[in-house]
Design a binder for this molecule. Sequence first.
Ligand SMILES: Nc1ncnc2c1ncn2[C@@H]1O[C@H](COP(=O)(O)OP(=O)(O)OP(=O)(O)O)[C@@H](O)[C@H]1O
Ligand SMILES: [Mg+2]
Length: 362
Amino acid sequence: MPYRAMRESLNAVIDSLSDGMLVTDTQGKIILYNRKAETFLSMQGETALGQPFQNHIRNEVLVKLITKILTLDLPNRSEEVCLIDLGDERLRVHVNPVRNENGLLIGSVTLLHDVARLNAIDKIRSSFLSMVSHQLKSPLSSTLLQTSLILDGIVGEVNEKQRDLLQKVRTKIKGMVNLIHDILDVCFIEEGGYLAQLENLDLAEILQRTVELMQPQTQDKNIALNVTIEDRLPSITGNKSSVEAMFINLISNAIKYTPSGGRVGAVMSENANNVQIEVSDTGIGLEEEDIPRIFDKFYRVRSETTRNISGTGLGLSIVKSVVDAHYGAINVESKVGEGTTFTVLLPTGAGNLSQAADKRGR
Ligand SMILES: Nc1ncnc2c1ncn2[C@@H]1O[C@H](COP(=O)(O)OP(=O)(O)OP(=O)(O)O)[C@@H](O)[C@H]1O
Ligand SMILES: [Mg+2]
């Protein structure tokens, strides 16, 4: 088929898609887009081909995501996903890097999918989940407390057999309380709670406090937890409780997946216009094929080594949502049997999130 005819049929195919599609090169110049993208993004003028995408996309969140994919070229990151509101439409956006066969970045591809109807169903499901979790939280927490009172012998002598059973009960309830906390964190983030409460965050202080909280866990396992924080770090605008949840999940994973006697480190430093947080461990590590899946909800690696380690598989999905909510990036490097390093980049500068919050508030 001659080139021109091929190009015309390709255009016809992408124009018939019900999703919007926009492709740029590494310079951010638009090299392909379809009718649906034109409608969703209200692209005006004769043609946008060959022009910088920023000239045609007015939504700041989307501009930031495409910029992030084109500038922060992290090898493990395959896509950015977020929800944006454009007029009456709510779109789920996927931005992926495009790589050639040598793995070199040659551009970006953005897909826009209208989710207004799905969103209404999602909202009902999410508020139901959140309501049930809240209702379960108090009775479970008080059952945990009461079990501890009995175990501590405060309400009378406990014999060996009773102690053994009660300890098992306590471990199970602790697991349920953790699950409820995870679900509430997920609901909070998915309902956009982070955007409702933004403040200037002193990340160094939050990290210090998290590490103090973790001391009992490190002592139980005889793990050395080393923290290094660079002086005079810039602050970032963000949501405090979600950033705390992110640190807790990364550090507790590092402790959980490192055998006794190992080392865990947290290093916070400035990197270009970001605060960088590196959480590393000398633990069991991850197989290459598991890495792209560990951020999925409920995904847990199943192996002989992880069999006796409990968890729900929600921790890293919370971490990823928090990183995305702050327009950051996360990268994982790992070697089986040697250890794992999670690197988070959170962009500094106050503007980003406040603008997104303003838009949602309207
Ligand atoms: N530091 C790490 N080293 C090795 N494997 C890890 C590490 N962190 C996470 N993983 C793997 O990724 C999976 C997902 O982690 P995630 O934190 O989401 O869930 P979890 O720890 O199993 O449960 P929880 O919801 O209680 O955090 C884990 O089950 C584990 O297999
Ligand atoms: Mg975890």
